[in-house]
Design a protein around this ligand. Structure first.
Ligand code: FMN
Length: 414
């Protein structure tokens, strides 16, 4: 199978050309400085992805407010971050001017860490709680998102990923569980208002510029009763009516791309990040990606996720020959079958940020493959700088030190 022909083919996203089908997933790495600016460590990570020839890179969840955050050393996008972000993007674009980068804008809402920030909620979820927010506060948050999108445009980013996934504020508002009767809850018209208004405002404030992309990573199904993609406020039944309506509504309001995901950080992590014990969950993602692809216009780009399970030609997946289930073979197949347009690499982008480059140069055998050990996730939950513990000594040392000091982490959940 000639992977190169498919995976290295350019693709149009809005008014921009992406040089290949490799998407570097948004990966929070908690290595910003105390003002939320990128550090040398942050730069090094992204420099590797630019050098590694990813066509489209999603900058990790960058907070639009300091008040409610999931990570203490999270990148932030406030007026005071504008200059450092501009320097950061300029330096990255010098490495590979063809690579596109979008910023994943986020507000952590009910999964904000109450150790150092304010946990707020649109309706308290069992086991999480939080301070109930009102309409005016959500209106103000919309303004913060719009300002952040303008900053992203000013600093030279190629667009934004309005985060609507994994249980962060954008997805909390959308879910049927948010049945509180208010401007942003209850009926679908009310629950979709936040995302729709935001898109309309961002599109208008960024000048309807086709070269400034607007898209979202969406948890199509959150995987618990009342979560997004379920049939009612406490229903355990999956129902894709609202997720599909959301995609179409956002497309009408200017979305040029979507990234598929499932689950949320509080209750359904395995859907969000298949572990080494459950690599077969990756196939589930393809079902949803295909639904997205079928529902949207041809020119709207759909990006599939969860390719870190497939590894190289020596993977251990059962029931199918590894040559057919390796990352490149599976990605090629998914694109050629029309299930998606691009493939997203998350943990694999830590294990080997040069993955696309090695394919381009015919050095496939040199690729380091992610083993889904989840040690990167553990570093993140422990608020440490995040990277590949297996293949990068810098992170291996941090990991060994923290395990020695604090022991094993009981549960990999927020
Ligand atoms: C350490 C870590 C950080 C992550 N940070 C983000 C993030 O900032 N935003 C996001 O949408 N997903 C985040 N994810 C999820 C990944 O982007 C991706 O969707 C998931 O890992 C599945 O892809 P993979 O199998 O290629 O790793 C993170 C995952 C990990 C392990």
């Amino acid at each position: 199978m000639d992977y190169k022909q498919t995976l290295l083919a350019p693709i149009q996203i809005g008014g921009l050309t992406c040089e290949n089908r490799f998407f570097a997933q948004s990966m929070e790495c908690t290595d910003a400085d105390e003002h939320g600016n990128p550090t040398d460590l942050t730069f090094q990570r992204y420099a590797n992805l630019f050098k590694g020839r990813f066509g489209l890179i999603d900058l990790e969840a960058i907070t639009i407010t300091l008040e409610s955050r999931g990570r203490e050393r999270q990148l932030s996008i406030l007026p005071e971050n504008e200059k450092p972000l501009a320097v950061f993007i300029k330096a990255l674009k010098e490495i590979n001017p063809n690579a596109l980068i979008v910023f994943q804008l986020t507000h952590s809402g009910e999964v904000s860490d109450s150790e150092f920030s304010r946990r707020v909620t649109v309706k308290p979820t069992y086991g999480l709680g939080g301070e109930l927010i009102g309409e005016e506060e959500v209106d103000a948050i919309i303004e913060q998102f719009v300002l952040a999108a303008k900053i992203a445009q000013n600093v030279g980013a190629d667009g934004v990923d309005m985060k609507l996934c994994h249980g962060y504020l954008g997805s909390q508002i959308l879910r049927p569980f948010n049945d509180r009767p208010w401007k942003y809850g209850g009926s679908w018209a009310n629950r979709s208002r936040f995302a729709y208004d935001l898109y309309e405002r961002i599109a208008s404030e960024t000048g309807y510029d086709k070269k400034f992309l607007i898209g979202s990573k969406v948890s199509m199904w959150e995987g618990y009763p009342g979560g997004f993609g379920s049939a009612g406020p406490d229903s355990p039944l999956m129902d894709m009516t609202e997720p599909i309506a959301l995609l179409k509504g956002l497309e009408e309001r200017g979305a040029q791309y979507f990234v598929e995901t499932l689950g949320n950080v509080h209750s359904s992590m395995d859907f969000m990040e298949a572990t080494g014990e459950n690599p077969y969950l990756s196939y589930l993602h393809f079902y949803f990606t295909n639904l997205m692809r079928q529902a949207l216009r041809k020119e709207t780009v759909v990006i599939g996720s969860h390719f870190s399970s497939f590894r190289g030609k020596k993977n251990k997946l059962l029931s199918i020959e590894p040559e057919k289930s390796s990352m490149f073979a599976m990605g090629t197949r998914c694109i050629e079958d029309g299930m998606m347009d691009m493939i997203g690499l998350g943990r694999q982008s830590f294990a080997d940020p040069l993955t696309p480059l090695k394919l381009i140069e015919g050095r496939e055998d040199d690729i380091h493959y992610c083993t889904q050990c989840m040690n990167c996730e553990e570093l993140m939950l422990r608020q440490q700088p995040v990277g590949c513990v297996l293949f990068n000594k810098y992170y291996r040392d941090i990991f060994a030190k923290i395990r020695k000091e604090k022991g094993k982490l009981a549960e990999l959940h927020t």
